[in-house]
Design a protein around this ligand. Sequence first.
Ligand code: TRP
Length: 452
Amino acid sequence: MVDRNKRLHGVWSSSRTFVFAATGSCVGLGGIWKFPYVVGENGGGTFVLLYLAFLLLVGLPLLLAEVMLGRRARQSPVNAMRYLTAESGLPTVWSGIGWLGVASGLIILSYYSVVAGWSLQYMTDMASGQLQGADARATTEHFMQLLADPERMMRWQAGFLLLSMAVVVRGVRRGLGLAVRWMMPLLAVLLLILLYYSATVGELGKSIDFVFGLRAAGLTATSALKALGLALFTLSLGVGAMMAYGAYIPDRAPVIKSLLLVILFNVLVALSFAVVVFAMVFAHSGIRPDSGPGLMFITLPLTFGNMPGGLLLGAIFFLLTAIAAWSSAISLLEPGVAWLVESRGCRRWQANLIVGSLAWFLGLGSVFSFNRWRGDINFYGFVDMLTSAILLPLTALLIALFVGWKMRRSLVREEMHGESLHVFNGWYWLFRYLVPVAVGVILVAGLFGLFV
Ligand code: TRP
């Protein structure tokens, strides 16, 4: 079975390719768009510190676990969990982890594609010279106009989904590597330029103080849950995406180093974007740090619109953002698609069409929550909370319990053969004790804070 699947889906050519693909999945709207606005809503530095702690103490062990599970089974997440459950002689309910993941992936993709569509729209706006020299009122107004136009948002969302499906149809390994190899360095260069201009046209000092300064105020169970959810989201955990990518990893390659690189890159991108965004926030009294999902779309055009050659750079920036989102969307599609292909005998294009259409349809809810349903139903807020605060932490908890307590230790060790015994023992301990307790406590306390 395992060998058949190795043939069915193939194996990465090297662990470098895996780093590229995993980075492509992790770096996306999570770091560029979501991170700054969630930091803004949760008061800055202390929240950032919590986020970083969760990345290392919970995110890294979980990343390792997902990759390992995927590599052991070499199947789509749903079937991988079925296979692993049977292998350890556990009751079949445990294989439900795979289903939870597919559901979360679909729900995330639904709103992810809407926001990626905004990026595409902004790319064309920048390229066509709009927003030149715009002030804070004008960029806010510009964003509001986009939100007020559901048809336009639906078209961009559909276009973005079609682009993602086009890659997944051909199999994830082809097409993706190239995009990521060019995109990451370009994104890094652009970030440096942006940082430089934030220092000249924005309030860099205040921004750095906000993003890194520690203030105890605002530290609640709910914000801890949000930091955890954000850490899982930006590392593409809890969906089985990393399981799906792990399924293509060569047999005994050591992965910790690769994963640390992925995390490092992710952190650099997220922190620098946050600094760039808040430099503009603090330079304009009309923009508040807690402006919500529109924050990046209101602030960055201010930077671009007021620097030499800014419009061209702006167009490139939003294009790169869309590409980063695209390489992430691919890994949100893949678990569902791989399952339909393996178990339902679908062809790849059929499976893509099914998952893509579902995501589009579900995404209409998010589109309408910014216009037609505004004030009545905040569907976007609901699906965001459902995934980041409930489904992702829940799946993370279940995976920790599964690997730490249910799977046979010898099987886990066998799969982690590339790592030294010390590293393995440390990881295993974190996994058995720290990860489930931390995630469990935060989940319960955070939900209590949210609902009560
Ligand atoms: N990590 C991506 C981002 O930060 C989003 C993403 C891709 C994702 N695949 C995922 C989030 C799987 C959760 C689970 O933009």
